[in-house]
Design a binder for this molecule. Structure first.
Ligand code: FEO
Length: 170
C-alpha cells in the first residue's frame, strides 16, 4: 500500500513527463520550420523518451494496484526566437524535472517507502544524464552555432541520434 501523498506526486509526474514530450515536440517543430531537420530529429527522439518516462510511472502505479488519473496536458508556453532558445529552455526544463523527481524521492523517503525510492533511483540517474546532454547541446551551439558551416555539421551530427528504449523495465 503506497502512501497517498507519494501516489499523488507519482500520478502528477505522468502529466509532467507528457508535458515534457509536448515541449520537446514544440522544439522539434521549431527547428524543422527553420530547416534544421537534425535538431528536429534530436528533439523528436527526446519527446519519445519523455513518453517512455510517463509510461514507466503509469506501469509502476498499476503494478502497485493504483488507478491512474490522467489530467489535461498544458500547451507549451515558451516562445522561441533564436536558434539557441530551445537549447537553453531544454536545459532549464531538465533542472526543473530533476527537482520534481527529488521531491517525490523526498516524500517516499519520509515514509520509508523503499520500493518507490528504488524505482526512482533510475530517474535520479537519468536526470543527471539529461542535464549533461542538455548542457552539452548549449555548449556546442555556443561554440559553433554562429558559423553556417559548423551549424550544418552540427545539424548532421544531431540527425544521427537514434531512439533506444529505456534501460528500466517494469
Ligand atoms: Fe523525463 Fe527529460 O526527463
Amino acid at each position: 500500500m503506497l502512501d497517498n501523498k507519494v501516489v499523488e506526486l507519482l500520478n502528477d509526474q505522468i502529466n509532467k513527463e507528457l508535458y515534457s514530450a509536448y515541449l520537446y515536440l514544440d522544439m522539434a517543430n521549431f527547428y524543422i520550420d527553420n530547416d534544421l531537420e537534425g535538431f528536429g530529429n534530436w528533439y523528436n527522439i527526446q519527446a519519445q523518451e519523455e513518453r517512455d518516462h510517463a509510461m514507466l510511472f503509469i506501469k509502476y502505479l498499476q503494478n502497485n494496484g493504483i488507478k491512474i488519473t490522467l489530467e489535461a496536458i498544458e500547451k507549451p508556453d515558451v516562445t522561441f526566437k533564436n536558434l539557441i532558445d530551445p537549447l537553453l529552455a531544454g536545459a532549464k526544463h531538465e533542472r526543473y524535472v530533476t527537482d520534481l523527481i527529488h521531491t517525490i524521492y523526498d516524500a517516499a523517503y519520509s515514509v520509508k517507502d523503499f520500493r518507490t525510492m528504488q524505482f526512482l533511483d533510475w530517474f535520479v540517474k537519468e536526470q543527471g544524464e539529461e542535464e549533461t546532454n542538455a548542457d552539452a547541446m548549449v555548449k556546442k551551439f555556443e561554440l559553433f552555432g554562429d558559423d553556417p558551416k559548423s551549424l550544418y555539421l552540427l545539424n548532421q551530427e544531431l540527425s544521427g541520434r537514434v531512439y533506444s528504449a529505456p534501460s528500466l523495465t517494469l
